[in-house]
Design a protein around this ligand. Structure first.
Ligand code: SF4
Length: 365
């Protein structure tokens, strides 16, 4: 269970400039031992201190290559730090600046609920054996869910390879259960041309996910009903409003957005794909981007020769990731300088071994 962390008055009374200045000094002092990893959705005040930037899996994989750094501070959310711990060398310690930095979508799929769903499907005769239902989990899931998937010879996927992994899973078994993001699953299924009636949403808390035995027997893909609160805020009308106002604007969205948004966008792709598409566009080009606001604002800052807007008129921020305020990073660094490791994220060896199987399966695909 995550607990609140109280830094004490000495930290809460510090001004922004002092916090940033002290982080820079601590970072220089700990340089040989420290690696700061920053996700694209993190605020600029932290991002400026990153040694590595990227999406969650890219960061974990790159960090694991730099084995001479003992302390990995992951400015991201809990499941990302878990993935880094799974891939890191045994002497490396992974930490989060704030323990409340979790991913609500990852938390929507617990092992208890997922195991219960599998039990119900077995009892109802939808599958004769667990092997008939190939589990696929988005990397935005807990280590325990990745382990559940690895144990059953399924695979992890990312927002850039969802279609490929789903295609592999559909060949491997009769049916696929996709966790925890309904929308990445639905967008990937649509891209593969799987008919809508063969894709069912498993509603947590309802018997057999809210479906009849017959409907479940017909289905090819079951989608867990998880979602990202940030990407759910983008709507089809945002796209039509931009197209009326700026007919030549390019609309690009993340595949965690709902199907009705992704289906009418000009392009969709992972955070890395969005960054690459904007970077490769001609000077003067216009973009409305459907993803987290810190990334969109950074793109606008990095490409002053292009016009870059957030797709929605209201702020779409990952508020849990934003728990990682600079003062918490400073507190973590001060403790490291004093020889104390705080907020370490560890995954048990058994869960790590099975989760790694699911990650390796994705790499093999
Ligand atoms: S943006 Fe959405 S999916 Fe990503 S960490 Fe935040 S809540 Fe989770």
């Amino acid at each position: 269970m995550l607990i609140q962390q109280d830094l004490g008055r000495e930290y809460y009374s510090l001004g922004r400039d002092e916090v940033l200045g002290r982080i820079a000094a601590r970072k220089a002092e700990l340089a040989d031992k420290l690696l700061i990893l920053c996700h694209h959705y993190q605020q600029q005040d932290l991002f400026q201190f990153a040694d590595l930037t990227g999406d969650s899996l890219k960061l974990s994989r790159e960090a694991a290559q730099i084995s001479d750094r003992e302390f990995l501070i992951f400015c991201g959310v809990h499941f990302m730090a878990e993935a880094a711990d799974i891939l890191a060398a045994s002497h490396q310690k992974v930490m989060l600046p704030h323990l409340h930095a979790g991913c609500p979508m990852a938390d929507m799929a617990t092992t208890g609920a997922v195991e219960q769903a599998y039990k119900e499907l077995l009892l109802a005769g939808i599958m004769a054996d667990e092997k008939d239902m190939v589990p696929v989990t988005y990397v935005n899931s807990s280590a325990a869910i990745k382990a559940f998937v690895g144990e059953r010879e399924g695979s992890v996927c990312t927002s850039s390879n969802g279609e490929k992994v789903l295609q592999w899973a559909l060949k491997k078994g009769e049916k696929v259960f996709f966790f925890p993001d309904e929308h990445l699953g639905r967008n990937s299924a649509a891209a593969l041309g799987v008919p809508d009636e063969q894709v069912l949403l498993w509603r947590r808390g309802e018997v057999l996910g809210g479906h009849s035995v017959e409907d479940l027997q017909q289905a090819k893909i079951l989608l867990w009903d998880g979602y990202c609160e940030v990407h759910m805020r983008f709507l089809p009308e945002h796209i039509s409003q931009w197209k009326i106002k700026e007919p030549d604007i390019n609309i690009i969205v993340h595949p965690e957005c709902p199907r009705d948004v992704v289906s009418i966008a000009d392009q969709y792709g992972s955070t890395e794909a969005i960054i690459a598409a904007v970077a490769a566009s001609k000077p003067g080009s216009k973009w409305a981007v459907g993803t987290e606001i810190n990334l969109v604002e950074r793109l606008a800052m990095q490409h002053p020769d292009k016009e870059i807007h957030l797709l929605a008129p209201t702020t779409c921020q990952c508020t849990t990731m934003d728990c990682n305020q600079p003062v918490y990073l400073l507190w973590l660094l001060d403790n490291l300088a004093a020889g104390k490791v705080k907020n370490q994220i560890t995954v048990s060896p058994e869960i790590a071994a099975n989760a790694k199987k699911a990650l390796e399966q994705m790499l093999a695909i």
